[in-house]
Design a protein around this ligand. Structure first.
Ligand code: AMP
Length: 415
């Protein structure tokens, strides 16, 4: 199958080909005909599968062919980063069509709000918005949604996780009842099905290998204790030959301290977390995208949406609590059929989490041997050593006298 088979408007097809897309991905092959047919759709697909273009292309095709000069499509997305990336894909795909779009999200300064307001007033064809900020524009009266024909919910599960359910229902209250609604979600818990029942009409259903990481990702784990994590990370970044890497950590405090350690080891790195201003976050993402910045460290906020080609390494500095987050994190590499490496650091406390991940992805992850120079590093106080690992690490069970000298019971330190 090729993109020519969809009979797209010629200017749109020109955009698709100029983006370098030749063959539709599986989600595109299934979703595009259904959407072109006018059906509502519920699709289970993760980022990295080409899902964004799978809904953008038929929506753009509709706008091209109907020559509408007002806002006809609304895309809701959980984060500003994802909203901006969807907007960038619209810009690329619609480059030769004259279709316009505006990303609407919170967190910017007054100027950003004003710019979004102007875009909305200029009747852009497509609005891509986070729910919270969209409500602000809706209540200010500047938005008119009478002519919306297409509503897309992207990463619906994430939006519900972030507490946007009420906002979504409120926004839908402003839309015409007669419309085409497309719901995309990486997972399909019961509450997504309930939401789908409430807002979709007789939808077609598409399921793309739920929660399976892309086949091109070489997944590896290291069993280690916390004292070995940063030295191993430095080795990987300095000697691994990777050109573009993302490091994920569970909390921003870890992100910040890791950032300092890597900086002092002369690694060109930036930290990405919620304390940064919007413009700082954008600047980091831009430098990373342009390959001026080889390493970025962030929390899970970074794992959704960041759409950068050519990331060859993802490191999980700790194991994410939710196995789905693991799939999202490692999905930042090997995007659209390329190859990449995903390395996860697993200490004793994370073994249960690792088990849940391996159950979800239905296979064990390859265990790598810790480099010999790191094996003799002592575990920090209150840290359990790994139980019998294949890497032959020490397991002498000695207690740290400073911590345990008074024989008080101890619990493993929380990460
Ligand atoms: P997504 O799953 O929408 O986040 O897309 C993942 C990446 O795949 C993005 O960088 C897209 O530009 C790219 N992509 C989408 N569709 C195709 C395709 N048919 N061929 C090649 N790359 C694609």
């Amino acid at each position: 199958m090729t993109f020519q088979d969809f009979n797209f408007n010629e200017h749109l097809l020109e955009g698709v080909l100029s983006m370098g897309y030749t063959t539709p991905t599986p989600i595109q092959a299934m979703a595009i005909p259904a959407i072109l047919n006018g059906d509502d759709l519920i699709a289970c697909a993760q980022t990295g599968t080409g899902k964004t273009a799978s809904y953008l292309l038929p929506v753009l095709n509709y706008i091209c062919n109907t020559h509408k000069h007002h806002t006809t499509a609304l895309v809701l997305a959980p984060t500003r980063e994802l909203a901006q990336q969807i907007d960038q894909q619209v810009e690329g795909l619609a480059y030769f069509t004259g279709v316009s779009s505006q990303a609407v999200f919170g967190g910017g300064d007054g100027m950003a709000y004003e710019q979004q307001r102007r875009g909305i007033q200029n009747n852009v064809n497509i609005i891509i918005a986070t729910p919270g900020r969209l409500i602000a524009h809706l209540t200010s009266g500047v938005l008119k949604f009478n002519d919306i024909t297409h509503l897309v919910l992207d990463e619906a599960d994430r939006m519900l996780d972030m507490g946007f359910q009420d906002d979504i229902m409120r926004i839908i209250g402003y839309l015409p009842k007669k419309r085409q609604t497309l719901l995309f979600s990486a997972t399909m818990p019961g509450r997504i099905r309930t939401l789908a029942k409430a807002i979709l009409t007789d939808p077609q259903q598409i399921n793309i290998a739920i929660s399976q990481p892309a086949a091109g990702i070489d997944q590896q784990i290291y069993r280690l204790h916390d004292g070995q994590k940063t030295p191993l990370l430095k080795m990987l970044l300095k000697d691994g030959g990777y050109l573009s890497s993302i490091i994920f950590a569970s909390r921003k405090e870890i992100v910040k301290s890791l950032y300092k350690e890597l900086k002092s080891a002369h690694i060109n790195v930036a930290a990405f977390h919620s304390d940064l201003q919007q413009n700082e976050r954008e600047e980091i993402l831009l430098r990373f995208k342009n390959k001026q910045l080889p390493v970025i460290i962030g929390t899970d906020a970074l794992s959704r949406g960041i759409d950068v080609e050519g990331i060859d390494l993802v490191v999980n500095y700790d194991v994410p609590g939710d196995p789905e987050d693991y799939v999202h994190r490692i999905g930042r590499t090997a995007r659209a059929a390329s190859k990449g490496t995903a390395i996860t650091f697993v200490n004793n406390r994370d073994l249960k989490r690792l088990k849940s991940i391996e159950e979800l992805i239905e296979k064990p992850i390859a265990l790598k041997e810790l480099p010999e120079v790191l094996q003799s590093i002592e575990a920090p106080p209150r840290e359990d050593r790994p139980h019998g690992s294949a890497s032959g690490q020490r397991r002498d069970g000695r207690r740290n006298p400073k911590r345990f000298g008074n024989n008080k019971p101890s619990r493993p330190a929380k990460q």
